[in-house]
Write a protein that binds this ligand. Sequence first.
Ligand code: NDP
Length: 262
Amino acid sequence: MRLFGVVGNPVAHSRSPLLHNALFRYLGWSDRYVRFQLEHGQEIKEVCSRYKLSGVNVTVPFKEEAYALCDRVEGIAVDIGAVNTILCNNGELIGYNTDAPGFWASLGEDKPRRALLLGAGGTARALALMMRQEGVEVTVLNRSAKRLDYFRTIGVDAYDWDSFVVSRFDLVVNTTSAGLVDDELPLPQPLLTNVFDHVGRGYEVIYGKETPFMASLKARGIPVVDGASMLVWQAVLAQHLFTNPPLSNNEIAQLMFQAVIL
Ligand code: NDP
């Protein structure tokens, strides 16, 4: 039996065990996936060795710390500077980021050419980098101007609410935490309405609830994907690294979607 886990603080709400254990059960494997609440990111190494973990996922607030403590970091995690998946290989920790590739995979065949990201935090950085690497024209729109400089260095147009002029986008993604624990919209209503007049579809990275952003898109008849898709697809890609299951990505995703809905 191999043991995997999610490390973070808090982790009690994490749906990751549901997703990964559903796959292990389906395959008839004895592997298990559990939660570890840590006080400090530095404990990741100790937990991996004490419980002989084969791999872990890292969640809030330890993704940057995980990046720093891995012995080696691979793929897009190097550019993002944050790690959400670690392989524990005989004491060596190898870090990856499957959040941004998970978001990209969750878009299916219909990839955007022009995308608008609402917010300028860690999630926006990761998604902007991912989409830039895939050749998407990306614009960032944030409440304040303080975090915009980074985006300009990676070829992304970045605006605060006052300087933004709306144009046509295939996709608008809410990466802000507006709607997570409150009922706020990510933009003032008039600006949001203007964006919705010019957009093909929406994506909400928050999962587990219908946010005001999602509800507004639905009310306008604009198709919207919710954050459960990103959650599921980052787990699908993490499983490739953990166990390389003998199923297609779509089959694994379907199984995990059923588990997250139940
Ligand atoms: P950060 O704290 O790094 O960034 C938050 C951003 O939201 C900032 O740009 C901030 O603006 C903006 N913001 C916060 N509150 C408001 C508001 N009321 N109105 C407008 N803008 C606001 O957060 P993260 O990037 O780490 O996470 C963002 C969201 O993504 C969270 O809700 C998280 O749960 C979700 N998430 C989902 C994942 C999934 O798998 N589905 C994976 C990872 C994250 P300012 O700069 O002005 O402060």
